[in-house]
Design a protein around this ligand. Structure first.
Ligand SMILES: Nc1ncnc2c1ncn2[C@@H]1O[C@H](COP(=O)(O)OP(=O)(O)OP(=O)(O)O)[C@@H](O)[C@H]1O
Ligand SMILES: [Mg+2]
Length: 487
């Protein structure tokens, strides 16, 4: 059960106040009454003893006025109701010798009554023996008790009201800032660093509020720093993949350039021949060859042009607009680039690449430069993995035929792309982390660990698709991408 701080403070204050009030209203008056009664009994008893002593002295001196004086001593007290001299001979009924007020029907000592306390003290007047019996009214005690009860009630009420006020104040001063802190902490937890709580009072809660504010300011600054660093790394990642690309591109461009160079050299020779040739038949043949050469030069020139355009597209900043593009072509282009890039880094690198492209996959809306970064990373990952495994298998003198299969498939309004390699696979404990930014198992300088997290963003956030991994340790890794046709 959830009990809020406010309720707890209320309950605590209320219980303390309630106990205190109960004590003031009941226990305290009861104690007082007992104390009063005890004292009163003692007082009356002592009076009886004093009078009895006076009576005894007067009687032994046969001074009957003295007896009267002794009795008067008791009469002088306003609280007295009666005073009696009672003869008490063994075996006979007590005989009242003297009683004031006259005709008062006396009550023997020890009688319990609400309004009367009766005490007696023995006297021994020689021949006459008996008791001095004194009755005192308890009116005064009753009145005192009434006053005490009334005062207790008033004090209780004041204490109760004061307690409730303190409870209210405590609940307000403690729970309000705590609630404000809770709300602010929830917001901060969800990534909003703007909330600040009011400057606190000069106590622990105030200190907590100030510490919270400082923490949020520091957090916001730290997050700003992390963001900057992250942006920088993303930029670095782009530059690094661009570097890998350049190696592939250099290789790719070299090929059409060779053609352009060879065919233009050939054409120069043909032109020299043409200058000397007289035979119209031969001249026509040379011109025909020249045309073919120029066509080839044009064709390979265009190829180089496309490669350069592709590279420019890749290096452009992300978040580009969607445009219609042929996914099969894009994948093929970057598969080749990645492969050539790998080979240019290690000329002994070899891998069978199988392409199963669905011809039904016609151009559709996508962010081609973004997707090209995804595929380049996936292909690079696969070739890197295979390269590692090849080296490991070679060291063990085992046979290994590296293999990468890339499949595209149109399935209803979805496109499925699979990239599967028979590399070392991804161990179970690593698989959960590979999409985390900066997670890499590659040595420093070889990978930033941003490839898959960036790919995830592009596929899931940019295209509303999904990217999943399936792998068996030591056997294979397969990445499957699903793209909706209408995103
Ligand atoms: N095909 C694969 N086979 C084996 N492991 C893989 C494969 N693809 C990804 N991984 C694992 O996932 C990790 C993260 O990959 P990711 O592409 O995010 O970063 P990276 O390749 O290490 O670095 P970068 O992409 O920045 O160069 C890799 O370090 C590797 O351990
Ligand atoms: Mg990578």
């Amino acid at each position: 059960m959830k009990v809020s701080i406010k309720t707890r403070i209320w309950l605590t204050v209320f219980s303390i106040v309630a106990v205190f009030t109960l004590f003031l209203m009941f226990f305290f008056p009861l104690q007082q009454e007992k104390y009063f009664l005890k004292n009163y009994n003692l007082e009356v008893e002592n009076l009886a003893k004093t009078v009895a002593l006076g009576v005894k002295i007067a009687m032994t001196e046969q001074n009957f006025e003295g007896v009267q004086t002794a009795l008067d001593f008791a009469k002088a007290d306003k609280r007295m109701r009666f005073v009696a001299l009672v003869q008490n001979d063994a075996g006979t009924e007590p005989v009242v010798l003297n009683i004031y007020p006259e005709n008062y029907s006396w009550v023997p000592a020890g009688t319990i009554s609400d309004s009367l306390i009766v005490k007696q003290a023995p006297f021994d007047g020689g021949e006459l023996k008996g008791n001095v019996v004194i009755g005192f009214t308890t009116d005064e005690i009753t009145k005192n008790m009434k006053d005490i009860r009334l005062t207790a009630l008033l004090v209780s009420l004041v204490v109760f009201a004061f307690g409730i006020l303190i409870g209210f104040w405590l609940a307000r001063t403690i729970s309000k800032p705590v609630l404000a802190l809770r709300d602010a902490a929830i917001k901060v937890g969800s990534g909003d660093f703007s909330p600040r709580v009011k400057e606190g009072t000069k106590d622990e809660i105030g200190e907590l509020s100030n510490a919270f504010n400082k923490m949020v300011t520091d957090l916001a600054a730290a997050e700003e720093k992390v963001k900057k660093a992250q942006d920088q790394l993303v930029q670095q990642e782009k530059m690094a993949s661009l570097g890998q690309l350049t190696a592939g591109i250099a290789h790719e461009i070299q090929n059409p350039l060779n053609f352009v160079n060879n065919f233009s050299e050939l054409s120069v020779e043909l032109l020299d021949e043409l200058e000397q040739e007289k035979d119209p038949e031969a001249i026509r043949a040379i011109i025909g060859d020249l045309k073919v050469n120029v066509d080839k030069i044009q064709h390979h020139g265009k190829r180089a042009d496309n490669i350069v355009k592709g590279m420019l597209m890749h290096s452009r900043a992300g978040g580009s607009e969607k445009q219609k593009a042929d996914l099969n072509l894009l994948i093929e282009e970057f598969l080749n680039l990645a492969y050539l890039g790998m080979r240019s880094a290690d000329t002994s690198f070899n891998c069978a690449v199988e392409k199963q492209f669905d011809p039904a996959l016609t151009p559709f809306d996508m962010q081609p430069q973004e997707l090209s970064r995804v595929f380049l990373n996936l292909f690079n990952n696969s070739f890197y993995a295979i390269h590692e495994k090849s080296a490991a298998e070679k060291a063990q003198n085992r046979n290994f035929s590296p293999h990468v299969t890339v499949t595209t498939k149109k399935a209803g309004d979805k496109i499925l792309i699979s990239i599967k390699d028979n590399g070392p696979g991804i161990p179970d404990d690593v698989r959960d982390k590979i999409f985390n930014p900066f997670f890499t198992t590659k040595p420093t300088g070889k990978g930033t660990g941003l490839g898959l997290s960036m790919s995830y963003d592009i596929i899931v956030k940019g295209h509303g698709g999904s990217i999943k991994v399936d792998s068996r340790d030591g056997q294979y890794t397969e990445f499957t991408i699903e793209l909706p046709l209408s995103s």
